[in-house]
Design a protein around this ligand. Structure first.
Ligand code: GLC
Length: 558
């Protein structure tokens, strides 16, 4: 096990992944939406930052009800994002600059516009068996379909089953009603998905992200969930490991860089997903650390983040996954999460904005695992200052704005919650410069640009050695230079304060102490002597006993 772990750390621990939400990255056609060629035009910027892999969110044909996570053809390019030639050019140009593309495989469900679902709707038994269809009672009608097969909730609100009158059947959709869950118990479905992987492999793709992939194995019987929303029946479901092993083996992707999005998973399952001996994936995204500001687990309610709990979750996942020979994806942000500095830091003054953005970056980038940077995070982009629900585009936000009011919240209150929690918080266009539409597009973009683009933009940051961008660049190059960051063991320290997270990395005789102050006040530091500062978000040395507001410092002993 030890040798595998070292090999794993060498292979994965020196890499950094950058996530591109294509629709908001760079528009080159003047339609207000990003596209593949837009990514190609920004490759020099990404190479300068120093990242290794570019995860591109789905650019396949799609009605875009969930911005591309509702795929209607897995083997083509959505015309609004470009052509297959554009993809090939992007892939070639990225490779020239030492970067690889990571494709986003949405295999839990297809769009209801996918040919398979359309054939199912036409009554073709082969394709009916591709999805989770369940018979309705004989007397069901469109007006009165009766009770759905279970009381499970869709992640985007409402019941997770939809009735189809022409078939007198229900189908399962854990997400939007236009995203029908595939039946992974059907070997033909699994073979189709393997074929999709092979198709992209033949185009030279050598990294994959798998969307909500721990939800694909559903239980054999349908039961109501009287304790929750149903997730306990299908999360890390009965055949999940077997199905993943088969996909990896048959798709010939064992040993490539792969990551699974593992919704509400457990540490033990994540170890199995990511331990090389299990031949599943290279690493897993888990989300427990991004729920420390959900009161009683409720996303659509507000509270201050609980930093002591955050520390405990990091400690558990970092230490236990390491012990189990697994590997973590390190991240604060993606296209489903609000911006981390608006959430765990402070953005009201420029001083706090800069320090807290950098503190958060240092905190995860020096952990054991592979860091992921979500577009704009390296600039310190914040949640947008939207003032009306009409500015939001996401199906989940729009649904919950209504649901919250149905639950008794005033429109103002519902708006305040959506404003803090919306997935659109991170989906506003990348702020490239201070020209109209922030250099993202020549026309009004599909979603509004944040007002702070006048001062917060790439043009202002790339050449400034003291910018958030330059700080990210430094963290990335440190990871490449320092074996202790790539593969050192990790141990979390007792915190001297509820607002401080501290951990120690060790490799041979070397030791790296990381301390992060998650507050705008001074906090006590861990007692230590000697060592030299490897990286800090303060230029002037502090004293050994105090952490300054939002200070993050890594001290090394060699
Ligand atoms: C994942 C994606 C999210 C999408 C959902 C359904 O959570 O990250 O954007 O809505 O899966 O595909």
């Amino acid at each position: 096990m030890k040798t595998t772990t070292t090999e794993q750390a060498l292979r994965l621990g020196s890499k950094v992944v950058y996530q591109i939400y294509i629709k908001s990255f760079q528009d080159t056609t003047g339609n207000g939406m990003g596209d593949l060629r837009g990514i190609t035009t920004r490759l020099d910027y990404l190479a300068d930052l120093g990242v290794d892999y570019l995860w591109i969110t789905p650019f396949f044909p799609s009605p875009q009800n969930d911005n591309g996570y509702d795929v209607s053809d897995y083997r083509a390019v959505e015309p609004m994002f470009g052509t297959m030639e554009d993809f090939e050019e992007l892939s070639r140009e990225a490779r020239k600059r030492g970067m690889s593309l990571m494709l986003d495989m949405v295999f839990n469900h297809t769009s209801t516009e996918h040919e398979w679902f359309q054939r199912a709707l036409a009554g073709d038994p082969k394709y009916l068996a591709y999805y989770k269809f369940v018979d309705a009672t004989p007397d069901a009608t469109a007006e009165d379909p009766g009770e759905p097969p279970t009381n499970w909730e869709s992640k985007f609100g409402g019941n997770a089953w939809e009735y189809v009158p022409s078939l007198n059947k229900w189908y399962l959709h854990l997400f939007d009603v236009t995203q029908a869950d595939l039946d992974w118990d059907n070997p033909q479905v699994r073979a189709e998905l393997v074929d999709v992987l092979r198709f992209w492999r033949s185009k030279g793709v050598d990294a994959f992200r798998f969307d909500v992939v721990n939800l694909v194995s559903k239980p054999a019987t349908w039961e109501n969930d009287y304790e929750g929303d149903g997730r306990r029946f299908y999360t890390d479901g009965p055949h999940i490991h077997e199905y993943l092993q088969e996909l990896v083996r048959e798709g010939d992707i064992d040993g490539l860089l792969t990551v699974g999005e593992m919704s509400s998973t457990s540490v033990d399952n994540c170890i199995r997903y990511s331990n090389p001996a299990c031949h599943e994936l290279s690493m897993a995204f888990s989300f427990h650390h991004l729920k420390v500001d959900y009161p009683n687990g409720e996303k659509w309610a507000l509270m201050e983040p609980d930093i002591a709990k955050l520390r405990e979750i990091f400690a558990t996942w970092q230490e236990r996954v390491t012990e189990g020979g697994g590997w973590n994806a390190l991240f604060w942000s993606n296209h489903d999460q609000p911006r981390p500095n608006s959430r765990f830091g402070a953005v009201a003054t420029r001083e706090d904005w800069k320090r807290s953005s950098e503190m958060l970056a240092l905190c995860t980038h020096l952990m054991r695992g592979t860091p992921y940077i979500y577009q704009g995070e390296e600039l310190g982009m914040t949640n947008p200052d939207f003032t009306s629900i009409d500015q939001y585009r996401d199906v989940e936000s729009i649904n919950y704005y209504q649901i919250l009011q149905e639950r008794g919240h005033s429109p103002e209150d519902a708006f305040r919650i959506v404003h803090e929690r919306s997935r659109d918080d991170s989906r506003t266009p990348v702020q490239w410069d201070d020209s109209p539409h922030a250099g993202f597009s020549s026309v009004e973009p599909w979603i509004g640009v944040s007002n702070n683009c006048h001062w917060l933009n790439a043009a202002a940051e790339v050449d400034d050695p003291d910018s958030v961008y330059s700080f990210f660049k430094r963290l990335i190059s440190l990871r490449k230079e320092e074996p202790i960051i790539q593969g050192g063991s990790i141990e979390f320290m007792e915190s001297p304060s509820e607002k401080v997270i501290a951990y120690r990395r060790t490799l041979g005789h070397e030791c790296l102490l990381v301390q992060c102050n998650f507050s705008c006040e001074q906090q006590p530091a861990l007692v230590h002597t000697g060592g030299t500062v490897l990286v800090s978000n303060y230029d002037e040395p502090g004293n050994d006993t105090t952490l300054r507001p939002w200070e993050a410092t890594a001290t090394i002993w060699r």
